[in-house]
Design a protein around this ligand. Structure first.
Ligand code: FUB
Ligand code: ZN
Length: 657
């Protein structure tokens, strides 16, 4: 045998061995949203709002107020006209369809489904015979298609696939799935080994192709996703209109993915990239992706994460700047980036079984992401700053409208993130009231979770196996309940001692083993067994690492998974004019005036204000009210701060814009 052949055989055997050891090694399989009924009062009301307000807003904007659907009609030749809008607008149609698909599961709505079917007919009619679909190039010049990697043809296609898979999973209807398969086959016919090189200018297609692979079982799509990842950082493909970004790592294209160790560039692109890489790693067992992602994740969480779980401090590149640079008022923290954090962290958790990833997911989900959606469901934040002088406000829509449908699809699919099934039992990651049926050791187990997690930190699981069954329950013990706001030393709690989490089985407190951040309870379970978890819910002060200059001499407040802020609406229109005293005494009470009746935090603090004549400055002790951060700006434009000053120099009587 020649040396080359022996080497090839060696590589093959090694790959096989790695795949055998690591491949298909998800620690658990998540239970899909389509098998989880959400009953939680908070999340149910969020989901109802998505159905009654957010999706109608997206439909109206997409179909009536903007030309997004009309572009498909024009491309199909059923309406005269030309392309209007931005080249990536097709993606908003697909993301809205994806949100509709998830929402229809929890909130069936035949009229909305009819509307979705109507859109799907229009999309299908705009697809070219070779599978290409993109209204921008179809209407502005097909000769230019696939010539510029920054033009989002792949990004749009990825969102088409995600929508198609979701719609198929909810409704069983194949039409959009077939459109997406034709598109994927078209892409596959042009790009890949021995064909043309291509770097996705905005990552998204990679993770979508993995979804398509899972639903079709056609390995070509997984291979294509893997190949797309391998194209990055090789400088093989040419053609960006924004070449100047390439060297600044804007699109994470300076280094091969497997060699990346630092977070760079555009935040949403990065999140979608690493989600796709984690998906591929889970199926191919590629350890190099895992190595890269662990290092990049640490770079995000240890040095570049806002306490709200938001990422991307700079508006200039809609992304990361330098380590520890976390400005508050100028924080970009795009809603889509927090949505992406949820995607990526779930994948990392599934691959490792380490709960630290869900700690970050939960932080981004409840704080950075949910703040993007108003309580009314029809107003949105694109950026989610941690301080405002009163100029930031929620909008009906945006020119670049990626965020509204993104927060809609995440919220409507929150059922995806609660439970997981492993070889030895059940994972409970989030404490969201819900019910589901899972199969453990080929036996069905019905599960109910009732919770008042956000209010008093309690959650009760009722397990109903058909017949007695031995398995392990893995209950996540959040980092915040064990003395750590987030992994690493970017943030820490000011007051260290906090009561432990207690777990009761059928009313009796038990001792549990904590492994990887999960309480493990192994026993023979029978119908009606109840597990009650009680988390410590006192108010915690957080301090930032001293390298974060913007948070110097400031504290933030957290209770349970929620980060709090002070908003002018509760504090005489001011949120910048007080200091938090050392040893402040915090009280918690439900505020019926606050939407959702959420608990507010109150404390007395010296307030600096002008006297009645506006002549001189005086210091008065007043009671300050803090509310959950995600609820801010639901009562008009307002001053707001998350990081509250400890020292007089942090005070502003009139904050500048
Ligand atoms: O480019 C498409 C989307 O528009 C990105 O994900 C957002 O950051 C915004 O730039
Ligand atoms: Zn966005």
């Amino acid at each position: 045998m020649s040396g080359i052949l022996i080497r090839r055989l060696g590589v093959m055997l090694l790959t096989l061995a790695i795949n055998w050891v690591f491949g298909q090694t998800l620690v658990y399989e998540p239970v899909s949203y389509s098998n989880v009924q959400i009953t939680d009062p908070f999340w149910k009301s969020r989901l109802d709002k998505i159905a009654s307000a957010t999706i109608p807003a997206c439909v109206e904007q997409t179909e009536i107020k903007t030309p997004r659907i009309r572009n498909f009609e024009v491309a199909a030749g059923t309406r005269p006209g030309k392309f209007e809008g931005i080249f990536y607008d097709d993606s908003d149609v697909f993301k809205a369809l994806e949100a509709i698909a998830y929402s229809l599961k929890n909130n069936p709505n035949p009229e909305l489904e009819k509307k979705a079917d109507e859109w799907i007919d229009k999309i299908a009619a705009a697809q070219l015979p070779d599978g290409y679909i993109n209204t921008y190039y179809t209407l502005t010049g097909l000769d230019k298609r696939w010539t510029d990697m920054s033009m989002h043809e792949d990004y749009n296609g990825g969102h088409l696939i995600e929508a198609a898979v979701a719609y198929y999973q909810t409704t069983g209807k194949r039409k959009l799935l077939d459109v997406s398969i034709r598109f994927a086959n078209h892409f596959d016919s042009l790009f890949g080994p021995g064909k043309r090189n291509w770097v996705t200018g905005h990552q998204e297609l990679e993770l979508a192709l993995v979804k398509l692979y899972k639903v079709t079982d056609d390995k070509r799509y997984l291979d294509l996703a893997d190949w797309l990842l391998s194209q990055r950082g090789q400088k093989l493909a040419v053609g960006y209109t924004w070449t100047e970004w390439r060297d600044t790592a804007y699109a994470q294209d300076v280094m091969p993915v497997k060699k990346q160790r630092e977070i760079t560039g555009h935040a949403v692109r990065a999140m979608y990239l690493y989600t796709g890489a984690a998906d591929v790693a889970a199926l191919t067992g590629d350890v190099e992706y895992m190595e890269a992602m662990k290092a990049v994740w640490e770079d995000v969480v240890y040095r570049n994460l806002y306490i709200t779980g938001g990422i991307g401090s700079s508006g200039r590149n809609e992304g990361f700047s330098v380590d520890y640079d976390l400005p508050n008022m100028q924080a970009y923290c795009e809603t889509c980036a927090s949505v992406g954090m949820v995607f990526w962290n779930q994948r990392m958790n599934m691959l490792t079984g380490e709960s630290q990833y869900i700690d970050v997911l939960e932080r981004s989900l409840y704080n950075g992401a949910q703040s993007g959606l108003s309580l009314s469901g029809d107003r949105f934040f694109y950026g989610n700053p941690l301080a405002s002088s009163g100029s930031h406000y929620r909008r009906e829509w945006f020119g670049t409208a990626c965020c509204p449908a993104n927060i809609a699809r995440l919220t409507a699919s929150v059922g995806d993130y609660i439970y997981g099934v492993s070889d030895d039992g059940l994972f409970v990651n989030l404490f969201i009231g819900s019910s589901t049926m899972v199969t453990l050791q080929k036996k069905e187990v019905q599960i109910n979770q009732e919770t008042s997690y956000l209010k008093d930190g309690k959650s009760t699981l009722t397990l109903n196996p058909k017949s007695k069954l031995k398995f392990t329950l893995h209950i996540r013990i959040p980092g915040w309940a064990s003395g750590k706001p987030v992994p690493g030393d970017l943030y820490s709690f000011n007051r260290s001692s906090s009561p432990p989490t207690t777990i009761l089985v059928n009313g009796k407190q038990i001792q549990y083993v904590n492994k990887n951040g999960y309480a493990l309870i192994s026993r023979e379970w029978k119908k009606g067994d109840q597990v009650e978890v009680r988390f410590p819910m006192e108010v915690m002060e957080i301090v930032a690492n001293e390298k974060v200059l913007q948070d110097k001499d400031r504290i933030a407040l957290q209770r349970g998974p929620l980060v709090y802020c002070v908003e002018g609406a509760d504090n005489n229109n001011r949120a910048w004019n007080f200091i938090v005293p050392e040893n402040a005494l915090y009280t918690v009470s439900n505020n019926p005036q606050l939407p959702e009746g959420f608990p507010v935090i109150r404390f007395d603090a010296p307030v600096i204000e002008m006297d009645n004549q506006g002549q001189s400055v005086q210091t008065v002790t007043k009671t300050i009210t803090a509310i959950p951060y995600f609820l801010w700006n639901n009562r008009g434009q307002n001053e707001m701060q998350v990081w509250l000053p400890r020292k007089i120099k942090g005070i502003r009587i009139n904050p500048e814009n």
